[in-house]
Design a binder for this molecule. Structure first.
Ligand code: SF4
Length: 382
C-alpha cells in the first residue's frame, strides 16, 4: 500500500467527521504554492510564464501558516514553482508538521541532494518527486537531457537517509502502456514508497498544447497500463483505488475542486489548482463566493478533458468513505481493464471557455505596483 496506515486513519476520520457534521464542501489537501519561480521550464507547465514581478513573489512563513490555519485541510502539499528555491521552506515544513498536518513537498529534486541536511525524516513528511516516466520520457517532458539521472540519484539519497519518497508521474499523449508499466516496475525496485499518477491537464498557457490526452485516450491508456500490472495491484499507488478505477473509465465522477483549495502568491485561486480564473483574498471568500456549479466536466469547456488527481482524487476518497465496499472490491480484484466503460458526462450544455488569464495578471501587476509605490512612499517619509 502506497499510503501509510496512520495517514489513511487520520484522513478517514477527518472525512467522517465532516460527513457527520453535514458539511457539503470541505478541503482535503491544501495546495500551497509559496512561489512560481522554477529551475526548469517544462513544456506542459502553466506556471513559469508569469512576468518577473510575479515570479519574484514569495509567500512568507506567516502567510503559509495563516493559509494552513484558515483552510484546516489535514494534508498540505507544497508545490510551485520549485519549492526548494524558497529559502524559508525548512521553517514552513517544520511549522506545518507541528500543526499535526501531513506535508507533501512536490519537487523536481534537482536541489534535493544539496538541501536534504535542512530536513529530518518524519512520518508526516513526504518528498513527492516529479518523474514523468523513464529517462527518455522524463527528459523530454522537462525539456532537458540528464534530469532523469539526477532525479534518480536524489531519490536514492533521500531513501538512504530514511525519508518517505514518492514519485509524481504525469502522462501525456503518446505515452506507451508498456513503457509506463516498465517505469513503474523500475521505481518500485529503486524503493519509492508510492506512485502518484495523473493525466496532464491542458493548461491554456502551457507552451506545448499538442501533447495532452483527451478523456477517451486517458481511459484507454490507463486500462492498458493496469492490464500489465494485475489491475494495478503490482504497484503501490499513493492514491485511492477508486481514483485509479476512475482513470480506467470504470467510474463517473464530477470533480470536487474545493477538495484541493489552492493558495498561491496571487491569493486563493479560483476554482482549482489547474484553472486560475480569479483570486479570493481569504479562504472564506473562496468557498463562499465561487460559483462552483459553473465549473467541472459538462459545465465548462475548459474542464471537458480534465481527469486530474487534484480535481478528482477528493471525489474518489469521499466515495471510498461513503461506500467502502466499492473500494475494497477494487483493492481485492484490481482495476477492471475490460468491458464497458461508465457513462461519460455529456458536454452539450457546457459554457464556452473564457480567457481571463491576461486580465488577471494585469490586475495582480497593478496591485503589486501600488503596494510597491506605497512601501517606497512610507520608506521616504520623515
Ligand atoms: S474539471 Fe474541475 S478540477 Fe478539472 S479543471 Fe475543471 S474545475 Fe478544475
Amino acid at each position: 500500500m502506497g499510503i501509510p496506515v496512520r495517514q489513511v486513519i487520520s484522513i478517514g476520520s477527518y472525512i467522517l467527521r465532516q460527513e457527520l457534521a453535514g458539511r457539503k464542501r470541505y478541503p482535503l489537501v491544501l495546495m500551497l504554492e509559496p512561489l512560481f519561480r522554477c529551475n526548469l521550464a517544462c513544456a506542459g507547465c502553466g506556471k513559469i510564464d508569469y512576468p518577473d514581478t510575479i515570479l519574484n513573489k514569495r509567500l512568507s512563513v506567516e502567510d503559509c501558516l495563516a493559509a494552513v490555519d484558515e483552510c484546516g485541510a489535514p494534508v498540505v502539499a507544497i508545490a510551485g514553482g520549485e519549492p526548494l528555491l524558497h529559502k524559508e521552506l525548512p521553517k514552513i515544513v517544520e511549522a506545518v508538521m507541528a500543526r499535526r498536518k501531513f506535508v507533501i513537498v512536490c519537487t523536481n529534486a534537482l536541489l534535493l541532494g544539496k538541501k536534504l541536511d535542512q530536513y529530518r525524516p518524519n512520518p508526516r513528511l513526504t518528498w513527492s518527486i516529479h518523474l514523468d516516466g523513464d529517462r527518455e520520457m522524463h527528459d523530454r517532458s522537462v525539456c532537458q537531457a540528464g534530469v532523469y539521472d539526477r532525479v534518480v540519484a536524489a531519490i536514492t539519497q533521500a531513501k538512504a537517509r530514511g525519508f518517505r519518497v514518492t514519485v509524481n508521474c504525469t502522462l501525456f499523449k503518446g505515452a506507451d502502456a508498456e513503457q509506463v508499466a516498465f517505469f513503474f516496475d523500475t521505481v518500485t525496485k529503486i524503493g519509492v514508497d508510492g506512485i502518484t499518477v495523473s493525466p496532464g491537464y491542458a493548461y491554456e498557457r502551457a507552451p506545448d498544447q499538442q501533447h495532452f490526452l483527451n478523456r477517451k485516450a486517458t481511459k484507454d491508456l490507463f486500462r492498458g497500463i493496469f492490464r500489465l500490472g494485475r489491475g494495478g495491484k503490482r504497484w503501490a499507488f499513493n492514491q485511492s483505488r477508486l481514483f485509479l478505477d476512475f482513470l480506467a473509465g470504470n467510474q463517473s465522477y464530477q470533480c470536487t475542486p474545493w477538495g484541493n483549495p489552492t493558495r498561491t502568491v496571487l491569493g486563493w485561486q479560483r476554482p482549482c489548482y489547474l484553472l486560475g480564473e480569479g483570486y479570493a483574498k481569504t479562504y472564506q471568500e473562496l468557498m463562499g463566493e465561487t460559483d462552483w456549479d459553473s465549473y467541472g466536466t459538462g459545465n465548462y469547456e475548459k474542464c471537458a478533458d480534465c481527469m486530474v488527481h487534484s480535481g478528482y482524487e477528493a471525489s474518489a476518497v469521499t466515495e471510498t468513505i461513503r461506500r467502502p465496499w466499492k473500494a475494497a472490491l477494487v483493492a481485492l480484484r484490481g482495476v477492471r481493464t475490460d468491458g464497458p466503460m461508465a457513462p461519460e458526462i455529456p458536454l452539450d450544455g457546457q459554457r464556452p471557455a473564457q480567457f481571463v488569464f491576461s486580465r488577471n495578471v494585469a490586475e495582480r501587476l497593478a496591485e503589486a505596483g501600488q503596494s510597491q509605490a506605497g512601501s517606497e512612499k512610507r520608506a521616504t517619509m520623515p
